[in-house]
Write a protein that binds this ligand. Structure first.
Ligand code: SF4
Length: 436
C-alpha cells in the first residue's frame, strides 16, 4: 500500500519538475512508513534520526513523513525532529504534492495534515491528467481497489490509521489499469486490506470486479491481495477457475490454527470453515498456489493453541507462510488483553513454526522439479550474472539463466532445482525461439 502511495506522489512531483536524487544530495526526503508491526515503526524512527547531524550542519534536508506511521506518530515526530516539516496520513495523499512544495519553498513552514477531514479520502486523480504512474517494475503493477478496513481484528492497527473501508469507483480502477496496460504492464495485482469486501459500500462486489478486470483488453495476468476468509466466496472461486487471466494464486490469512485464539482475534471464522473454503478452492482451481499469514504468541496463546497452528500447517500444506511473532500495537484491544507472552517465548514459537513451514515448502517445491511453467520474466535475479527471475502463475519465484531481451516476456521454463524460497529452472529452447 505504501509503495503504491509513494509511487503516486513521486509521479506527481516529478511531473511538476522535481527530480529523484541520491539521498545525500536531496533537499527533501519523503518517508512513507508502515505501522502494522512494531519492527517497521522502529526502522522509520531510526531512519528519521539519521538526518540529525546533516540538519545541524547544513539545515538540510527537510523531511516529509507520510503513510500509516505518520497517522500514528506524526505529532511525536514533529515535536522530536526539527527537520520533520510535514506529516500526513494515508488519507491525505492527494494533498501531499502541494504541501511538499510549500515546505520545500519556505524552509520554516511546518505542515500537519493529520487532522484534515479524516472522514474523507483525499485522492490523487490521475484520470484527467494523462500521467503515467512511475513504478519500479515495468511489467507488473499494483492497483488499489479499496482503502481502509472495517474488520477491527483485535491485534490490528490498520482500521485506526488507515480509516474505515472505502471502495474506489470502478471507472477509476479501469482507467488506471488501461493506462498501465498501455505503458507495457502485463500483470496487475488488485490491492486492498481486504479485497473481498470490495463494493459493499457502493452496491458492487469483488467477484464482479475481478471478472471485469480479467476481461479487459490487453490484460495478461491478474492477481489480488489480500483476502479475509469469511468474505472469500464461492463466486470469487468460480471467477478464479473460469477466467484464464486470473492467476491460480491465493493469499488467505489464517492467523491462527486455534478457534479459541481466532475468536479472541475477532476473526469471525472457525478452522473448519477455513478448511471448507480452501478445499473448495483447491478442488476448483487446479495448481492453486496457497499462501497465508499467521501470528504466533497472541495474548493467552497456550501450548495447545500453538500446537493447533502447527497442526494446521502440517494438514493444509501452504506454499508459503508469512509468519510473525505477535507485537503489541498501542490502542488495539489485544494490547491490553491479559496473558501477554514473554517475547522470548513468542520468538521461540516463531522459529519452530518457520522450521516446520520451510520443510513443508521445500517438500512442495521439490515435487515441481521436471515440470514446465509459463512465467513472466520480471527482472534480473538479485544475485548472479546473467540470471533473471520471474513468477509462475501460482506465484512461485523462478530463477534461470537468460538474456535480458526476455524481460517482460512470457516464456516456458522447466524446473531443475528447488529451494524453500525459490525454484531454479531452464528456459525451454522452443519457447526462446518463439518469443525472441
Ligand atoms: Fe487488520 Fe486485515 Fe483485520 Fe482489517 S482484516 S483489521 S487490515 S488484519
Amino acid at each position: 500500500m505504501n509503495v503504491y502511495d509513494a509511487d503516486r506522489v513521486r509521479t506527481v512531483l516529478c511531473s511538476r519538475g522535481w527530480k529523484e536524487v541520491e539521498e545525500n544530495e536531496a533537499d527533501l526526503i519523503m518517508i512513507t512508513g508502515c505501522s502494522v508491526r512494531a519492527k517497521a515503526e522502529q526502522k522509520v524512527w531510526s531512519e528519521l534520526g539519521l538526518y540529525e547531524s546533516s540538519w545541524k550542519k547544513n539545515q538540510r534536508p527537510v523531511v516529509a513523513l507520510t503513510g500509516c506511521i505518520a497517522q500514528r506518530l506524526g505529532e511525536k515526530a514533529l515535536n522530536r525532529f526539527p527537520y520533520v516539516r510535514l506529516v500526513a496520513g494515508p488519507r491525505h495523499i492527494g494533498l501531499l504534492p502541494d504541501a511538499i512544495e510549500q515546505v520545500a519553498s519556505r524552509p520554516k513552514t511546518r505542515i500537519n495534515l493529520l487532522d484534515t477531514d479524516p472522514r474523507e479520502f483525499h485522492s490523487l486523480n490521475f484520470d484527467s491528467d494523462n500521467i503515467t504512474i512511475m513504478r519500479e517494475n515495468k511489467f507488473k503493477a499494483y492497483v488499489t481497489i479499496a482503502h481502509g478496513c472495517d474488520n477491527f481484528c483485535t491485534y490490528c492497527i490498520v482500521p485506526y490509521v488507515r480509516g474505515r473501508f472505502v471502495s474506489r469507483k470502478p471507472e477509476e480502477i479501469f482507467s488506471e489499469i488501461e493506462m498501465l496496460i498501455n505503458d507495457g504492464v502485463k500483470e496487475i495485482t488488485l490491492l486492498g486490506q481486504n479485497v473481498n469486501s470490495y463494493g459493499k459500500d457502493i452496491g458492487l462486489n469483488f467477484a464482479w470486479l475481478l471478472r471485469e478486470v480479467s476481461r479487459m483488453e490487453g490484460i495478461k495476468r491478474v492477481r489480488f491481495v489480500t483476502s479475509l476468509p469469511q468474505d472469500f466466496t464461492e463466486e470469487i472461486i468460480n471467477v478464479m477457475s473460469t477466467e484464464k487471466t486470473v492467476c491460480p494464486s491465493l493469499n488467505l490469512p489464517v492467523q491462527s490454527g486455534s478457534d479459541r485464539i481466532l475468536k479472541l482475534m475477532n476473526r469471525k471464522y472457525t478452522m473448519s470453515e477455513y478448511h471448507e473454503k480452501i478445499n473448495l478452492a483447491r478442488q476448483k482451481i487446479p495448481g492453486l498456489g496457497l499462501t497465508t499469514d499467521l501470528i504466533v504468541g497472541f495474548p493467552g496463546e497456550t501450548e495447545e493453541d500453538y500446537q493447533d497452528s502447527l497442526k494446521a500447517l502440517s494438514e493444509i500444506k501452504f506454499d508459503l507462510v508469512h509468519s510473525a511473532a505477535y507485537s503489541e500495537r498501542e490502542g488495539t484491544p489485544a494490547a491490553v488483553m491479559p496473558g501477554a507472552l514473554p517475547v522470548e517465548l513468542r520468538l521461540e514459537r516463531l522459529t519452530k513454526l518457520n522450521e516446520l513451514q520451510d520443510s513443508i515448502t521445500l517438500e512442495i517445491n521439490k515435487k515441481l522439479i521436471g515440470q514446465e511453467f509459463e512465467i513472466l520474466v520480471d527482472g534480473p535475479a538479485p544475485k548472479g550474472e546473467n540470471l533473471l527471475q520471474g513468477r509462475t502463475p501460482s506465484d512461485k519465484v523462478v530463477i534461470f539463466e537468460g538474456n535480458k531481451k526476455l524481460l517482460g516476456q512470457f516464456i516456458n521454463v522447466k524446473i531443475t532445482e528447488a529451494e524453500a524460497w525459490c525454484l531454479h529452472g531452464e528456459v525451454k529452447p522452443l519457447a526462446l525461439k518463439k518469443r525472441i
